[in-house]
Design a protein around this ligand. Structure first.
Ligand SMILES: [Zn+2]
Length: 442
């Protein structure tokens, strides 16, 4: 899951795991900023932690503040270690919850990865002498996010049906603010107050992802490489490939540690090696199944849309799709390996298939007829087909009221059916845009 900040430190939300508490927090934040309020989203397994009044005590030394991006604290006799710091909007609350348990000095902040829902509270937590640790790919990952600040600002705002915030000046290709004072390659360890901390590079959701291992408690802080939904291997706001095999290797690394506690950065801790092994193994195997099915399909000459329709997880590998979605991951894997060209000579040029829409609409008898056909598709439940038809009608007449109304119905029905928070965000954004267009024509 991700969040970004522009140069003015407005929160611009990503990606991924919009949880209910997160959405509510974001709504409050956007309202405070004078931006548009959000629609509610459907239930989400990551909603745990709403209204948390007291940090969760994992054991005698480990505490967890749950939010959009949990923040964790490990207490030692010689000061504390903070693992992830939440989005900026929640960082202060989470810091208060954790410091109510122990207000010792913060000796280390460890970032499981460079998404804003993990890095947002670093400036709040950092004290004189605090070391901030990240994997070395953090630097390029932060630069990548900053490099595309305008793109991500717009896409993140759209994903949450908000208004695009004012975008700061382009920081340049290497203009990110880099907080870590310690960067490592594969492995890093330190001891504080007699407690050993081992850090392993575990790429998955991001290339700079790491896992923190505290041997004394057999506790693994797994970041975003595990949560209670199929992983968001492609996020709709846009991402570089998130390689499936990286997730698999990293999950194997964590399983090999034989943890007794796994503490994810979204959702609650898992206790007991048997439960952990069962959940992480199923998660890994689900990813492996999808990856291998995509690769087999590619090698057998299948196109990406066929694979998106055909690949289904067997029942014993179901892990939920409230955040990541199988079809997006299938396309993410396919295009992550192959890029955008689909092998059709018509698509290698700068003239898209939609350039034929006006001719086809004319042939059909005009946008009224196409809008009527779209309405019939809505009535028969073919909602995405209806959206495509309205795209065609609106390409001829962008203000066509019947086409807009049918499009609105299709989007609203899809929204009612949605149990995925990212899908819901984009549908809300689409609904908002159609309503704006309809209002502007009145
Ligand atoms: Zn996250």
């Amino acid at each position: 899951m991700t969040l970004y900040y522009n140069k003015r430190d407005l929160i611009i939300v990503d990606d991924n795991k919009a949880t209910m508490p997160f959405r509510l927090g974001l709504t409050a934040l956007l309202l405070a900023l004078g931006l548009r309020a959000q629609q509610p989203i459907p239930d989400n397994p990551l909603r745990a932690g709403a209204n948390q009044k007291k940090a969760t005590r994992i054991n005698e030394a480990i505490y967890q503040a749950i939010g959009f991006g949990n923040a964790m604290m490990v207490v030692t006799s010689d000061g504390n270690v903070v693992i992830d710091t939440s989005i900026r909007a929640q960082a202060e609350r989470n810091k208060k919850l954790l410091q109510a348990e122990n207000s010792g000095p913060v000796k280390y902040i460890i970032l499981t990865h460079g998404h804003g829902d993990h890095t947002g509270g670093v400036p709040l937590w950092k004290e004189a002498g605090t070391q901030v640790i990240a994997q070395k790919n953090h630097v390029e990952f932060m630069n990548y996010q900053a490099r595309l600040n305008g793109f991500f600002a717009r896409r993140n705002a759209a994903q949450f049906a908000g208004l695009t915030p004012e975008i700061g000046p382009w920081p340049g290709n290497y203009g990110a603010k880099i907080e870590p004072t310690i960067l490592f390659d594969d492995r890093y360890e330190f001891t504080l107050g007699g407690m050993k901390f081992e850090l392993y590079h575990t790429p998955g959701e991001t290339p700079d992802h790491l896992t923190v291992w505290v041997p004394k408690y057999r506790a693994a802080f797994i970041g975003d490489n595990y949560y209670t939904s199929f992983p968001n291997m492609y996020t709709l706001r846009g991402t570089q490939p998130r390689p499936a095999l990286d997730y698999i290797n990293s999950l194997n690394k964590v399983l090999a540690l034989r943890p007794e506690i796994v503490i994810p950065s979204h959702g609650a801790a898992i206790h007991g090696n048997a439960e952990i092994t069962e959940r992480l193994t199923r998660y890994r195997d689900a990813i492996q199944y999808v990856h291998d099915a995509v690769v087999a399909g590619m090698n057998n000459g299948k196109d990406v849309f066929t694979l998106m329709r055909q690949i289904k997880l067997p029942a014993n590998l179901e892990v939920g799709e409230s955040y990541g979605r199988l079809t997006w991951s299938i396309r993410g894997i396919y295009e992550g390996y192959a890029g955008w060209f689909d092998g059709n000579p018509a698509t290698m040029y700068e003239t898209p298939a939609s350039s034929a829409f006006p001719d086809l609409v004319k042939l059909a008898g005009g946008p009224d007829r196409v809008a009527q056909l779209a309405a019939e598709r809505v009535a028969s439940g073919e909602l995405v087909e209806a959206l495509h038809l309205t795209d065609a009608a609106l390409s001829v007449d962008p203000g066509h009221s019947k086409a807009l109304e049918v499009r609105l119905q299709a989007l609203q029905k899809l929204r009612q059916q949605s149990h995925n928070s990212n899908e819901s965000g984009w549908l809300d954004n689409g609904i908002q845009r159609v309503k704006q267009r309809l209002a502007s024509d009145k």
